[in-house]
Design a protein around this ligand. Structure first.
Ligand code: F6P
Length: 360
């Protein structure tokens, strides 16, 4: 008997269900022995507190196109994983106990950075773990792409697309704030796809003087210069703030009256240029809805490989994507590392060649 546990952890995204479906199909098609799938509810919490259900074919029917996760998810920060829970129990021990009680052969974790760190810890503790690269942020080290990312790029792009007409009618400056946590993959790609004039990323600290200069220049040199669109990462940071220590910056952020960096920028731009500025925050819509066609194919490929690995007993890996191929990366080599946008990468250079400003 092959017993497989599965959980989805951290912020949700599109194609979680598509990935689980592919794993199920791949295992069922290839396993040489009877198989049981156990789904843990709400991420690692389900594994800790024995909240699970057996998953059968019916659970996976019709979920290829459905966003969210049939298992539910939650955030279990890695930095608290070794801290006892409210009953004084060691969380890692609780998880190991459930794993052993169910006589699992392996645990499949669909998760982003924090979740992969915990997956690696569990692997070091002797559990057979396979991790799947999930997150709209695309910031997971060891893989060129994560599932959920392309669907989120589509949604963020549509948000920028739809701002164009109203920005043009009113001759306004529009800021579209895009998710991505501490990295700029999502705003970079959506910004280019949506034809943004300025893209601000955490990896390229901006100067407010430079931004206002670009706005003024477009107005005087371009017949289309009535309006301006900025795709701003939620983690965008000024050159001045980038010099602060993490602690100093956190303190400064707490002192702001603005709900996010975009509103602060809007106020500064209005004050300096006299132009009307509006902010649009698509927020969690970027994680919602159905996976796009790219993500459905990608999730299927990743899940298929995970199924193959499980059938061959290959554990302790993140299923990843490198140079257009699905590969496996040792968890210990990828856990805890953040994949940032390289300011000198070709995509940044190509964008600059087209006149896109990064505010630097
Ligand atoms: O990691 C995915 C993500 O959507 C980030 O882009 C964003 O910073 C964060 O999660 C939002 O977290 P929450 O859903 O907990 O508000």
């Amino acid at each position: 008997m092959l017993r497989i546990g599965m959980l989805t952890s951290g912020g949700d995204c599109q194609a979680l269900n598509a990935t689980m479906r592919a794993i199920y199909k791949s295992v069922m098609y290839n396993a040489k022995e009877p198989v049981e799938f156990y789904g843990f509810e709400d991420g690692y919490r389900g594994l800790m507190y024995k909240k699970y259900r057996m998953l059968t074919q019916t659970d996976f029917n019709g979920i290829l196109t459905i966003g969210g996760t049939i298992l539910g998810t939650s955030r279990t920060p890695f930095k608290t994983i070794r801290k006892p829970d409210e009953h004084g129990n060691d969380k890692v021990e609780l998880m190991k106990r459930t794993y052993n009680a169910l006589k699992l052969n392996c645990l499949v974790v669909l998760g982003g950075n924090g979740s992969v760190k915990t997956a690696n810890l569990l692997s070091q503790e002797g559990l057979n773990v396979v991790a799947m690269p999930k997150t709209i942020d695309n910031d997971l080290w060891g893989t060129d792409m994560t599932f959920g990312f392309q669907s989120a790029v589509d949604i963020a792009t549509r948000a920028i697309d739809e701002i164009h007409t109203t920005a043009s009618s009113h001759g306004r400056v529009f800021i579209v704030e895009i998710m991505g946590h501490k990295t700029g993959w999502l705003p970079l790609n959506a910004g280019i796809a949506g034809g943004a004039d300025i893209i601000l990323l955490p990896e390229i600290p901006y100067s407010i003087d430079k931004i206002c200069e670009v706005i003024d220049r477009k107005q005087t040199t371009n017949t289309n210069g009535r309006f301006m669109i900025l795709a701003v990462a939620e983690g965008a940071i000024s050159q001045e703030d980038a010099k602060l220590s993490k602690k100093e910056y956190r303190k400064k952020l707490e002192s702001y009256i603005f709900p996010s960096v975009s509103y602060k920028l809007a106020s500064e731009i209005e004050e300096r240029t006299g132009k009307e500025v509006r902010v649009t925050v698509p927020g969690h819509t970027q994680r919602g809805g159905m996976p796009d066609a790219y993500d459905r194919v990608f999730a299927s490929r990743l899940g298929s490989e995970a199924g193959r690995m499980i059938c061959h007993g290959e554990y302790g890996y993140l299923v990843a994507y490198k140079n257009r191929e699905i590969i496996k990366q040792p968890l210990a080599e990828v856990a805890g590392k953040l994949k940032l946008v390289d300011p000198n990468s070709s995509i940044i250079k190509e964008a600059r060649m087209m006149g896109i400003s990064f505010g630097d």
